[in-house]
Every structure is written in structure tokens, then in C-alpha cells.
Design a protein around this ligand. Structure first.
Ligand SMILES: Cc1cc2nc3c(=O)[nH]c(=O)nc-3n(C[C@H](O)[C@H](O)[C@H](O)COP(=O)(O)O)c2cc1C
Length: 337
């Protein structure tokens, strides 16, 4: 069985990539992920706030980053969070030396200069590719969506000019028309879309009547959104698609590839089941491929994309209306008491 794929111009031994998370900053865990069969790893994002750690004024005036800062402080391992950008680059270099599979860098900047400067620095410390983490969590009422998209397009153009390594973008699903945005980004030469980023969602403790910031792990059904978009995009853009969010099992990976993804990124399933989950997922993919007599991933990639699917209604509004019209079926399954 041949599970190899091409993603971001890299030859990967299979389609399972470990997404950016705190797991990957620990070298012993990194090695376990590689041993378990991960084909590549995305290193924890380097955040603008971290880059500006030396600038005390900026640390005190975190309001510019309110939304991101919450994610960064609660999700970032303390020692690395406290380290500045130079330490981050040293950690990255060490991680790169510790594994033989590709290590993808992830960058989450705010200012144009930071994007370009650190894209180059990450390339210099050996990143095999760069993922731009467009973590845009709206909180302003007076910024038009188009302005944000334009900023992102400019960043893509600038980063592509700054580095030679392939560049992917990890996006939020909350554009009015994500397909339009994908198309525009594709025209700027982005090499892959990572669908989707999980925006930080604080919770409320009703006893203390305060906000709290739990880790935001996915649930099993969360894969449906990237599944649909992988299917819509396939064959319509030059960039690869890497599905992310809610991928827990080998079956989920197969679904993403059937829809048209080249690869997947997983995080929550590793937090919940450990690195050995990757081995299990790979085994399940192989068993399925053997049963179906597929020898290569490309034999079934995109077979259920909008472009290739035989059911003309599969990706249409009609399907949605049909499901809602038949919603009484739901109550047959879950009868109201
Ligand atoms: C603890 C934790 C830390 C994360 N840190 C980052 C990060 O630094 N950069 C990033 O792009 N995504 C980060 N993520 C998001 C994951 O890479 C991934 O997009 C998200 O968890 C959805 O995938 P999943 O459903 O497999 O968990 C983090 C997620 C978790 C749970």
C-alpha cells in the first residue's frame, strides 16, 4: 500500500501531519509523534507578541492584541512564552535536528515588517515550509471584511517575495464567501490552504461569574466544515488543501481525501488518545484501501469533490432544504418525551 502524498511540494510518507500545538515544542513528544508515523509536523506558532517581548511598552500595552493574547497566553507553554524570538528560533532549530520528517514553521504576526522578517528567519533556521496563521478574531465594529482580506493578500504577496520555501495559509472559516478569498489567495501564489483555524473561544464560569480560558479541543463532528470546503475547492485552485479540525480517526482522514484534501492536520485526537493514535489511523487507512483495492492515495483523492461527485445535488442548497424539510426524521430518532 502506498500512502505517500505530495503536499506543499514536499514528498510526505502519508497524509497525516501533526498541527501546531503545545505538544510539538517538547522534543521527546516530537520524537514519539515521528515514531508513531506522523508525516510532518507544524511547529507551534511564533506570535507577534513574543517577537516584541523585548519591547516592554508593547507588553504593557497588549490591548492591540487583546483577542490573540488570550490565545497565546493560555495556549503557550510557559517557558517558551517567556522566551523571546531568538529563543524560539533556537528551539525550532533544535526540533528540526531532532526529527527526520519535515518541520513546518507557523507564524502569526500583526505588522507587515514582522511577517516578512520572521518568515525569512524561520526559513534560515531550516523550516521546510511556512504556515501563515491568519488568526483574525473580529472585535472591531468599524473594519470592513474587505480591508482584512486585503491585508491578508498583501501579507501573502510580501511573504512569497521574501522566502523560497512553500507558503500555506491557515484560515478562519468566517469570511462571507470563503471561496472568493481562497481564489484571491490562490492567485497570489499561496501553496496550500489549511482549513480551518480554530478561533479561541473563552467560556464563562457561572459560579464565579468570570471568564475562563479552557483549552479548546475539537469534538468528533467538527470535521464537517472542512470536509465541505475541501470538496468545494478541489480542482478549482492550484494550491493544495490540508483539512484540519475535528479529524480523529482513519475514517475521517479517508473522508477528507475523498472530498479532495491532499493531507490533514491533527491535534485534538493526539491530546485525547496519545501519539499512538496516528499509528492506528494509518492502519485503518491501509485496511480500508486494501478492502477497496486502492493502491495509492491519488486513486481516491477528490472522488467525492463537487467536481467529481455524481450526485448533482450533493453540494447544493437543495440538499440543505431537503434535509430541513425532512427534519421530522430527526424526531423519529430522538422522540420528544
Ligand atoms: C493547546 C493548543 C495549542 C495550539 N496552538 C496553535 C498554534 O500555536 N498555532 C496554530 O496555528 N494553531 C494552534 N492550535 C490549533 C491547532 O493547530 C488546530 O488547528 C486545532 O486544534 C484544530 O485541530 P484539531 O481539531 O485536530 O484539534 C492549538 C491548539 C491547541 C489545542
Amino acid at each position: 500500500m502506498n500512502l505517500t502524498i505530495k503536499y506543499l511540494g514536499l514528498e510526505l510518507k502519508n497524509p497525516i501531519i501533526v498541527g501546531a500545538s503545545n505538544l510539538v515544542t517538547d522534543i521527546s513528544i516530537l520524537k514519539k509523534l515521528e515514531e508513531a508515523g506522523a508525516a510532518a509536523i507544524v511547529y507551534k506558532s511564533l506570535f507577534e507578541e513574543q517577537i516584541n517581548l523585548e519591547n516592554l511598552e508593547m507588553i504593557q500595552d497588549m490591548t492591540a492584541y487583546d483577542d490573540r493574547n488570550a490565545e497565546m497566553t493560555s495556549l503557550f507553554p510557559h517557558d517558551i512564552y517567556e522566551a523571546g524570538p531568538d529563543e524560539f528560533l533556537i528551539h525550532f532549530e533544535e526540533a528540526k535536528k531532532a526529527i527526520t520528517i519535515p518541520l513546518i514553521a507557523s507564524l502569526n504576526a500583526v505588522f507587515d515588517d514582522t511577517w516578512y522578517e520572521y518568515a525569512k528567519k524561520l526559513e534560515e533556521v531550516g523550516a521546510d515550509a511556512l504556515e501563515l496563521n491568519f488568526y483574525n478574531n473580529p472585535r472591531e465594529f468599524d473594519i470592513e471584511g474587505r480591508a482584512i482580506i486585503n491585508e491578508e493578500l498583501d501579507v501573502i504577496r510580501g511573504v512569497k517575495e521574501s522566502v523560497k520555501i512553500p507558503v500555506s495559509v491557515k484560515l478562519s472559516p468566517f469570511y462571507t464567501n470563503p471561496l472568493y478569498v481562497f481564489n484571491e489567495m490562490d492567485r497570489r501564489g499561496v501553496d496550500s490552504f489549511v482549513l480551518f483555524n480554530k478561533l479561541f473561544q473563552p467560556d464563562i464560569n457561572i459560579e464565579t461569574e468570570s471568564m475562563h480560558f479552557p483549552y479548546n479541543l475539537s469534538s468528533e463532528a467538527d470535521y464537517r466544515l472542512p470536509l465541505r470546503y475541501a470538496g468545494l475547492i478541489y480542482g478549482n485552485v492550484n494550491a493544495d488543501v490540508c483539512a484540519n479540525t475535528g479529524i480523529f480517526t482513519g475514517a475521517d482522514v479517508i473522508k477528507m481525501i475523498l472530498a479532495g484534501a491532499s493531507a490533514v492536520q491533527v491535534v485534538s485526537t493526539i491530546y485525547k488518545h496519545g501519539p499512538q493514535q496516528i499509528t492506528k489511523m494509518l492502519e485503518d487507512i491501509e485496511i480500508w484501501m486494501a478492502n477497496k483495492q486502492y493502491e495509492n492515495i491519488n486513486d481516491f483523492k477528490g472522488n467525492l469533490s463537487k467536481k467529481n461527485v455524481k450526485d448533482p445535488y450533493a453540494y447544493r442548497r437543495t440538499q440543505y432544504v431537503d434535509i430541513l424539510m425532512k427534519s421530522s426524521k430527526i424526531f423519529e430518532k430522538y422522540p420528544l418525551i
